[in-house]
Write a protein that binds this ligand. Structure first.
Ligand code: 3PG
Ligand code: MG
Length: 350
């Protein structure tokens, strides 16, 4: 993979810099509910300030605002407040949600020119948005000297280790979750290169009905069955093909957890995306947490991507024993699928 040129090589002393970060974080009651992405954006901002940038203007989208009502809901203000707390510096400013301008998602040049206006340098650090060709991630990179931020660089390096032919083996891919269609592409591309593909969650049932892959995947043998799709449903462990009529499987069972953990434990490289069940509900969280623990216990190179799996490793308390936790959901999947990310391609390479 060709790496884009690094902000480390940019001359920023006395310059006005535009930084595109991915500050698209979950909000709850008007406050930032999880500041992982804000914290991940700090190293690049600190570097620019330390190197004497005159002004560092940060921009990001937040959510997918469409109506006028959404403008109140998705104001960048809570994000700006949190960023200021974490990095109080008068030279740092934060623009309002880029998606409040409908031209942003059209990769419009006029909007990009407005963003670039009176700026000297552009730094893209928004790995999570690099799969979007939008004004603030793509068009603007052609208007100013463009560089990759430290997070963008780190993500490319860490995820890039899964792309090459020199992946350490066994290479195990673990996938689950409900967004099956979104993931088939990446699974097809990456799964053929993996030594084992472990599948849980809703995806397992779809794959069982008709295997869409050119390889055999390992599917759950037992499930935690629930009498209804509800947190307080009656539960029992059954073979996957012995679900009582009208019951649903909401987690992988104990035998499957042990089998998956053993395979992960013997791996030299693991990539995990997507939970094994409805882990937001404690009675159905154990399968997902078992995978989170197995990755932590694995001595190999372990990577987790996608919002749900990242949240699961945080909740399981194993995040600090995972080799790399990606801030990108869709972006990490598209990268691993072998696609070019427009936000990356727009930056000259080193
Ligand atoms: C994400 O959260 O995946 C990124 O910030 C991109 O957001 P989007 O899917 O709304 O473009
Ligand atoms: Mg580990």
């Amino acid at each position: 993979m060709k790496l884009p040129r690094s902000v480390r090589d940019a001359d920023v002393a006395g310059k006005a810099v535009l930084v595109r970060s991915d500050l698209n974080v979950p909000l709850e009651n008007g406050r930032v509910a999880d500041d992982t992405r804000i914290k991940a954006s700090l190293p690049t901002l600190r570097l620019l300030l330390e190197r004497g940038a005159r002004e560092v203007r940060v921009c990001s989208h937040l959510g997918r605002p469409k109506t006028d009502e959404d403008r109140a809901k998705y104001s960048i203000e809570p994000v700006r407040a949190r960023l200021r707390e974490l990095l109080p510096d008068e030279r740092l400013t934060v623009l309002e949600n880029t998606r409040f301008d409908p031209r942003e998602t059209k990769n419009d040049d006029a909007f990009a020119r407005e963003l670039a206006d009176d700026r000297d340098v552009y730094v893209n650090d928004a790995f999570g948005s690099a799969h979007r060709a939008h004004s603030s991630t793509e068009a603007v990179a052609h208007l100013l000297p463009a560089y990759a931020g430290l997070l963008l660089e780190d993500e490319l390096l860490h995820l890039g280790r899964l792309l090459g032919n020199d992946v350490e083996r066994p290479f195990v891919l673990v996938s689950g979750g409900a967004k099956v269609d979104d993931k088939l592409g990446v699974l097809r591309a990456l799964g053929s290169r993996a030594d084992d593909v472990l599948i849980g969650g809703k995806m397992a049932e779809d794959v069982r009905d008709e295997n869409p892959f050119p390889f055999e995947a390992t599917l759950p043998r037992d499930v935690v069955a629930a009498s209804a799709f509800a947190e307080d449903a009656e539960t029992r462990v059954t073979r996957y093909d012995e679900l009582p009529d009208g019951w649903v499987g909401l987690d992988v069972g104990p035998e499957t957890r042990d089998a998956f953990a053993a395979t992960i434990g013997g791996a030299r490289t693991v990539f995990w995306n997507g939970p094994m069940g409805v882990f937001e509900w404690p009675p159905f969280a154990e399968g997902t947490f078992a995978v989170a623990r197995a990755l932590a216990d694995c001595d190999g190179y372990t990577v987790v991507g996608g919002g749900d799996s990242v949240r699961a490793v945080q909740e399981a308390g194993t995040a600090d024993r995972i080799s790399w936790i990606s801030t990108g959901g869709g972006a990490s999947l598209e990268l691993l699928e072998g696609r070019e990310l427009p936000g990356v391609s727009a930056i000259p390479h080193a």
